[in-house]
Design a binder for this molecule. Sequence first.
Ligand code: SAM
Length: 199
Amino acid sequence: MGFKVKDHYFNKAKNENFVARSVYKLEEIDNKYKVISKGDLVFDLGYYPGSWIQYTSKKIGKDGKVVGIDIKEVNDKIDKIPNVSVFEKDVNDLQTLEELGVTSQFDVVVSDMAPNTMGIKSVDQARSLNLVEMVFYHLPKLLRPGGNFVIKVFDSHDAQEYLKQQRSVFKEFNYLKPKSTRSVSKEFFVIGKGYKGNE
Ligand SMILES: C[S@@+](CC[C@H](N)C(=O)[O-])C[C@H]1O[C@@H](n2cnc3c(N)ncnc32)[C@H](O)[C@@H]1O
C-alpha cells in the first residue's frame, strides 16, 4: 500500500509539473482548512525544492507574495516565479522581517521543515521537535494577529506535550495526517487558525 501511494503521488506531481509530491499534503490541508487566500503574504520555512511555493504562488495570485527559506542553495526555477522570493537561510539564524525582504508580518506561515534523519528514532524526533520549537519561538515576530499556520511535526510524546502548551495561541488548532503521507511515516501536520500571539 505504502509504495502504491508513493508511486501514485510521485507520478501525479511529475505530470502536473510540481517539483515534489509534498504539494498534495498542502493542497489537502488548504482544501480542508482554508489556510491560504488570494492576496496573502506567505512565509514558507524549509521550502526546497519548492512544490508548496508553486501551489501557494498560484493560490495567492499576482497581488500576493510568498517568501521561502531553506538551508539548501536557492532553487532558481522557483525564485523566478514573479510573486516569489527565496533565500538560503537557516531558521536558527532568522532575526528580522527586513532580511526576508518584507516590511509587514505574514498572513500565513507554513513549515514543512524536516531534519536530516539518522534512522535513530529518539534523535530524529528530538531534532524535529527542535525545529518546531524554533518556528513557534519566531511566530510573534513573523505572523500577524489573526493569521494562519501550518507545521509538520514528527509524532512523539514530547511533541504532543509541547503542542498542548501551544494550542491556546490560536483560535482553532487541528491535527491532520494527509492522505498522500506515506503510511509508515510518523509525521502529521498542525493547522492553527486565527493567531492570538500579539493580541
Ligand atoms: C520535506 S522538505 C520540504 C519540501 C517542500 N515543502 C516542497 O514542497 O518542495 C524539508 C526541507 O526542510 C529544510 N530544512 C531542514 N532544516 C532546516 C533549517 N534549520 N532551516 C531551514 N530549512 C531547513 C531541508 O533542507 C528540506 O529542504
